[in-house]
Ligand binder design. Structure first.
Ligand code: PEP
Length: 250
């Protein structure tokens, strides 16, 4: 049985004090105990989010990290820095990082390895663009991102891994993939993992991301291979994120 995981990607939103306030509100609004809940604030608000999440089930993740542990890499943040702050998860390879900051499957792979080396669990993002989908290349593109991004992991690491399938055309657009389209791609991702690692992938959690809202979470979560959600816009407001996390209590 895979425990659902719902994570909020705050992107470049919220100062430290705003992060403290949002996490404090979520603590009282989240009533389900069956879902693993993660918030991913910007680097500058991580410490405050960890402090506010103290004595609650809310876990904190970062939105990115560099693969080296230290050195002359101006502006970068390393695994040991995130670990010491109390980060449990780190988002790797979000489509905005691939689109605006030149991330490739090769850099994603280095970051994934570095996350494990530092005891932080990666949430690895994959997904096709609208052009890929229209050219019927979804499976090819997503397949390559999975194979290349996860190259070299061992079965034990794959067991703990979280993958977020996020069709790029559905992120921040209000356009959600239908639950059955999302299920189809996510089942395909699990099949690739099975080819690579065998039955251990029954434990790997695969989220859907892309305009998830309180109104569509239940249908998505009813799909057999969808194990949670990576939520952008709707995670910035306490009531909407709590309603998503509490989806099975409605
Ligand atoms: C995201 O940023 O990962 C995301 C899915 O954003 P949104 O929910 O706003 O589409």
């Amino acid at each position: 049985m895979r425990q659902p995981i719902i994570a909020g990607n705050w992107k470049m939103h919220k100062t430290s004090s705003e992060a403290h306030q949002l996490v404090s509100q979520l603590k009282s609004l989240i009533t389900t105990s069956s879902v693993e809940v993660v918030v991913c604030p910007p680097f500058t608000a991580l410490a405050e989010a960890v402090k506010a999440a103290n004595q609650s089930k809310i876990l904190v993740g970062a939105q990115n990290m560099f693969w080296e542990e230290k050195g002359a890499y101006t502006g970068e943040i390393s695994g040991p820095m995130l670990k010491e702050l109390g980060c449990t998860y780190v988002i790797i390879g979000h489509s905005e990082r691939r689109q605006y900051f030149g991330e490739t499957d090769a850099t994603v792979n280095k970051k994934v390895m570095a996350a494990y080396q530092n005891g932080i669990l990666p949430i690895v993002c994959v997904g096709e663009t609208l052009a890929d989908r229209e050219e019927k290349k979804t499976m090819e593109v997503v397949g390559q991102q999975v194979r290349e991004g996860l190259k070299g992991l061992d079965a034990d690491q794959v067991k703990k891994l979280v993958i977020a399938y996020e069709p790029v055309w559905a992120i921040g657009t209000g356009q959600t993939a239908t639950a059955s389209d999302a299920q189809e791609v996510i089942a395909f991702i699990r099949e690739i993992l099975r080819e690579m690692y065998g039955d251990v992938v029954q434990n790997t959690r695969i989220q859907y991301g892309g305009s998830v809202k309180p109104g569509n979470i239940s249908e998505l979560m009813a799909q057999p291979d969808i194990d949670g959600a990576l939520v952008g816009g709707a995670s910035l407001e306490a009531n909407s994120f709590a309603a998503i996390v509490n989806y099975n209590k409605e």
